[in-house]
Design a protein around this ligand. Structure first.
Ligand code: TEU
Ligand code: CA
Length: 557
C-alpha cells in the first residue's frame, strides 16, 4: 500500500462550542482553540478535526450551514481561523474541517432563492415536489430526528421539500450537476486556504433511491427508517468519485468519511488506493445493541460483542485501506460510559478501553475530553437541562413505548449526544475552567474530580496513559508495526479477553482482560518485553500470563 502522510498520525476532534471560551460569552470559540494548541502539540496530536464553525442558526449545532464561506460570529472570524491554520502548521498540526454537504441550512441563500422561485435554478438545488393537502406524502421515510422527512416549502402550501435530518436542514439534490459543481468549488476554496482536509458528514445520504417510494413501516409512527431506503440506493460512487477527482486528490488532502451502511463490494472504491476517501470511521460498535424500536430498547453490550465487532471491522478492510478508530465522538455517548459496565468504571478500565482501540491498525481519533476519561452525565432531571435536537425523538420514543418519564430520562442519560457536548473539564475551577461565565450547556458535575489540571502531574492518570499510547505509536522502534503491521485476532474463544497480535519486524501482542474477574492466559510465546501496561504488578512465567480485572498488557514476544 502506498504510504500517505496521514497514515502514522494521531487525530483529535474538537467540538468548538464546548472546547474553550476565550471571550466570556459561555460559548467555545476559535481563539480558545488557538490558546490550547500547545496543549494539543504536547499531547502528540497531528490532525485536528473541527466540528462545524461556519455561519449557522445552530439548529443542529452548526451541521446546518447558512454560508459555507464564512465563520459564525459566535465562534469568531475568518481571520481567527486563518491564525489557527497558520499556528497549527507551526506546530505540525493540520486543520481538518467538517464538510456538511448532504444538506445546508434553510437560512442558506440557495434555499431562500428556492422558496422565492421553486421552479427556478435554485429550486433544482433541493428535492421539491408538488403536493396537494390530503394527498399521501411522496414517501414514508422517517427523518433521523423523528417525524416525516417532508416539510411544507415556506410560502407554498402546494409544495414540499425533503430533509433527511432536521426540517431546518433541507437536503441538497446531488443529482443536479450544477449543485455538485458549486460544492466542489467551495471544497477547493477551503483547500486553497491551507487546511489539511475534511471529515465528510453523513455522506452516504447524498444518493437516494428514486423515484420516492414507501418502505416497510418499522415503528408505531407509520414511517420507515431512511436507512431502509439507503440499502437500495445505488450509484453513489458516481458522485463520490467525481468529488474526489475534482477536489481531494488534487491537493493530497486527508479525507475521512462518516460512512454508515457501505456495502462490502464498495470498500475498495471507498478507501482503497485512490479511493473516494483516505479513510472512513469504524462505526462497528456505535449501534451495538440497537434494534429498530430505538435506543430505549437497546440491549447491553458484552465484552465479546465489542471485541467481535471491532475485529470483524478490521478483518473486513484488511489489505484494502485505512479505518479511523474511535470510542466516541460528538454524536455518541462518552465511550467509557458506553463500553464499560458502570460498576467496573475506573481509571484502570478506562485505560484498558483506550489501549484496545488505540493499537489497532488505522488512524486513532481522540474526541475532546476522552483523553481525561470524561463520562456521561450521571443524572438528567429534565429535558430542559439538555439542548440537542435529537433528544426529543429519543425521549418521545421511550414515552410512546410506555416507559415512565424517569426511565425515558434514563435513556437520555445513556444515549443523548449532549453527553459528549458538555464543556471540556480543564480544571476544578468554576465552569471547569472552560469559561468565566455560565456555559451554553451544563458542566458535568463531576468536573471537580475529572479534569485535566488534576491529571497532568499524575503519572498514573488517564491523561498520561493516553500520552504514553500516542508516544508508543510514534516510537520509531514500533511505529511501523502499529501503522502498517499485520493484525491478527487471538484467543477469540476465551470470553471477555480482547487479544490481538501486531506483526512487523517485531511481534507485539495486546492482551486485555475486559472484565472484573482475573484470568490466566496461556502464552503463545515467551514474553520478551512488556512495552506498555495499565497495571503496577504483572505476573507471568514462560507459559502463563495472569491478568487481573481490566489489565492491559502490551508485550513484545
Ligand atoms: O451525523 C450523521 C448521522 O447521524 C447519521 O448518518 C446517523 O446514521 C444517524 O444519526 C443515526 O445514528 C452527522 C453529524 O455527525 C451529526 O452531528 C449531524 O446531526 C448529522 O450528520 C446531520 O448533519
Ligand atoms: Ca466565546
Amino acid at each position: 500500500m502506498e504510504r500517505k502522510w496521514w497514515h502514522n498520525k494521531t487525530a483529535y476532534q474538537i467540538y468548538p462550542k464546548s472546547f474553550m471560551d476565550s471571550n466570556g460569552d459561555g460559548i467555545g470559540d476559535i481563539k480558545g482553540i488557538i490558546s490550547k494548541l500547545d496543549y494539543l502539540k504536547n499531547l502528540g496530536i497531528d490532525i485536528l478535526w473541527l466540528s462545524p464553525i461556519y455561519k449557522s442558526p445552530l439548529a443542529d449545532q452548526g451541521y446546518d450551514i447558512s454560508d459555507y464561506y464564512d465563520i459564525d460570529p459566535r465562534f469568531g472570524t475568518m481571520e481567527d481561523l486563518d491564525e489557527l491554520i497558520a499556528k497549527g502548521k507551526e506546530r505540525g498540526i493540520g486543520i481538518v474541517m467538517d464538510l456538511v454537504v448532504n444538506h445546508c441550512s434553510d437560512e442558506h441563500e440557495w434555499f431562500k432563492k428556492a422558496c422565492e422561485d421553486p421552479d427556478g435554478p435554485y429550486g433544482q438545488f433541493f428535492y421539491i415536489v408538488d403536493h396537494k393537502e390530503g394527498q399521501p406524502l411522496p414517501c414514508n421515510w422517517r427523518s433521523y430526528f423523528g417525524g416525516s422527512c417532508w416539510e411544507k416549502l415556506p410560502g407554498h402550501d402546494d409544495k414540499l421539500y425533503l430533509h433527511s435530518f432536521h426540517k431546518k436542514q433541507p437536503d441538497l439534490n446531488w443529482e443536479n450537476p450544477i449543485l455538485r459543481k458549486e460544492i466542489y468549488k467551495m471544497i477547493n476554496w477551503w483547500l486553497d486556504k491551507g487546511i489539511a482536509g475534511f471529515r465528510i458528514d453523513a455522506i452516504i445520504n447524498i444518493k437516494k433511491k428514486l423515484p420516492f417510494s414507501d418502505y416497510p413501516v418499522d415503528r408505531e409512527d407509520g414511517l420507515s427508517s431512511i436507512e431502509n431506503m439507503l440499502k437500495d440506493a445505488t450509484g453513489i460512487g458516481e458522485f463520490l468519485g467525481e468529488m474526489a477527482r475534482e477536489t481531494f486528490h488534487k491537493y493530497d488532502a486527508f479525507s475521512v468519511g462518516e460512512v454508515f451502511n457501505e456495502k462490502d463490494s464498495e470498500l475498495p472504491l471507498f478507501i482503497g488506493e485512490g479511493g473516494y476517501f483516505s479513510s472512513m470511521f469504524d462505526f462497528s460498535t456505535t449501534n451495538l445493541g440497537l434494534g429498530s424500536e430505538g435506543w430505549y430498547a437497546a440491549k447491553e453490550i458484552t465484552a465479546n460483542d465489542y471485541r467481535d465487532a471491532i475485529f470483524a471491522a478490521h478483518k473486513r478492510i484488511e489489505g484494502i485501506g485505512y479505518l479511523s478508530n474511535i470510542i466516541e465522538n460528538h454524536d455518541e455517548p462518552r465511550g467509557v460510559s458506553r463500553y464499560i459496565k458502570a460498576e467496573d468504571l475506573s481509571d484502570h478500565s478506562k485505560k484498558a478501553l483506550a489501549g484496545i482501540y488505540f493499537l489497532l491498525p488505522g488512524i486513532p481519533f481522540i474526541y475532546q475530553g476522552q483523553e481525561i476519561g470524561m463520562e456521561n452525565l450521571s443524572k438528567i432531571e429534565s429535558l430542559d437541562q439538555l439542548d440537542d435536537c435529537a433528544n426529543t425523538q429519543l425521549y418521545n420514543n421511550a414515552i410512546d413505548a410506555g416507559l415512565t418519564e424517569k426511565d425515558a430520562l434514563n435513556v437520555l442519560k445513556k444515549h443523548s449526544r449532549d453527553n459528549a457536548r458538555t464543556p471540556f473539564q480543564w480544571s476544578a475551577e468554576q465552569y471547569a475552567g472552560f469559561s468565566n461565565t455560565e456555559p451554553w450547556l451544563l458542566v458535568n458535575p463531576n468536573y471537580k474530580t475529572i479534569n485535566l489540571e488534576s491529571q497532568k502531574k499524575d503519572s498514573d492518570s488517564v491523561f498520561n496513559f493516553y500520552k504514553d499510547l500516542i508516544a508508543l505509536r510514534k516510537d520509531p522502534k514500533y511505529s511501523d508495526i502499529f501503522v502498517y503491521g499485520e493484525f491478527t485476532p487471538m484467543h477469540t474463544d476465551i470470553d471477555n479477553l480482547i487479544c490481538y497480535k501486531r506483526t512487523g519486524d517485531k511481534t507485539i501482542i495486546v492482551y486485555v482482560n475486559y472484565q472484573s474477574k482475573d484470568i490466566d492466559v496461556k502464552l503463545d510465546s515467551p514474553i520478551k518485553d512488556v512495552i506498555l501496561s495499565n497495571c503496577d504488578v504483572i505476573s507471568y512465567n514462560s507459559n502463563i500470563l495472569h491478568l487481573h480485572g481490566y489489565d492491559l498488557i502490551v508485550c513484545e514476544i
